[in-house]
Design a protein around this ligand. Structure first.
Ligand SMILES: Nc1ncnc2c1ncn2[C@@H]1O[C@H](COP(=O)(O)OP(=O)(O)OP(=O)(O)O)[C@@H](O)[C@H]1O
Length: 255
């Protein structure tokens, strides 16, 4: 379980997030939406451990979040998550090898074979079994994002953080990626946090929708107030409802 208690994040005199409180059970899929620049990516970086809250606490299973990113939390960004100079297979193997072979970055013998099997199995799950020796520039955008997902998931993270992972993809490819992500989510029971600018994508995919918004705005001092989670909407019950929770959203929600 992830618990966020009264978290604030400030950069200099700019308040980006204020009074964020949240409790998320294992296995939830949280879609996060909000106006551009309101702090969604910052929130993901806090969950990743890449940034520390200015105030407040983030607890993972009751214990403070480790101060640095670790294998418990995988991350996929909109672009550039993969290493361009490594083959598809090496991109996925790297994460498995590095913790055991810090200096060479490579495993040998039986351990390497086991790691290779794991990497190939994961690449097969995301539909890249035929592209093991290709390099990222030889892949389509959708394939690159499949690779980025495989790279994150092979580490068996408990939490997957996705920052607009499908934002750069064509609609048809996006739909394929949605199906793949839902399949992987159901298979693994992962907890997922996904930032999206696409409200429909958020409602279709998530089990919960989190809306970030600034409640207070001072035109004289744009950085004085930060965003909060203004809506926290469970979606399971509502997903198939004809008008769904989207109908309840404020018109002013500019995404
Ligand atoms: N390292 C940093 N140093 C200073 N300011 C930062 C830093 N990171 C983010 N910010 C500021 O924090 C605010 C929130 O940025 P963030 O990228 O989290 O927003 P976002 O909601 O993800 O935006 P978008 O939807 O456009 O991706 C922005 O005003 C940004 O300039």
């Amino acid at each position: 379980m992830i618990e966020i208690r009264n978290v604030w994040k400030e950069y200099g005199d700019q308040v980006v997030l204020e009074r964020v409180n949240l409790r998320i059970e294992d296995g939830e899929f949280c879609s996060m939406v909000g106006a551009s620049g309101c702090g969604k990516s910052t929130f993901l970086r806090l969950l990743l451990g890449q940034e520390r809250p200015t105030r407040g606490t983030i607890l993972l299973d009751g214990a403070p979040l480790p101060a640095e990113p670790d294998a418990h939390r995988g991350v996929v960004f909109q672009r550039y998550s993969v290493f361009p100079h490594l083959s598809v297979l090496r991109n996925v193997l790297l994460g498995l090898e590095l913790p055991h072979a810090r200096f060479t970055g490579r495993l040998f013998g039986a351990r390497r074979l086991i790691a290779r099997d794991e990497a190939v199995a994961m690449l097969t799950r995301v539909g890249l079994a035929d592209a093991l020796d290709k390099y990222p520039h030889q892949l389509s955008g959708g394939m690159q994002q499949r690779l980025a997902l495989a790279q994150a998931l092979v580490m068996k993270p408990r939490v997957l953080l996705l920052d607009e992972p499908f934002g750069a993809l064509d609609p048809g490819i996006r739909r394929d990626m949605h199906e793949l992500l839902l399949k992987l989510w159901h298979e693994t029971g992962l907890t997922i946090f996904m930032v999206t600018h696409d409200l429909k994508e958020g409602f279709t995919l998530g089990s919960r929708m989190l809306v970030f918004d600034k409640v207070r705005v001072d035109p004289q001092a744009p950085g004085a107030y930060g965003a909060r989670i203004t809506y926290n909407i469970p979606l399971e019950r509502n997903r198939d409802a004809q008008h769904g929770p989207a109908a309840a959203m404020p018109d002013a929600l500019a995404l």
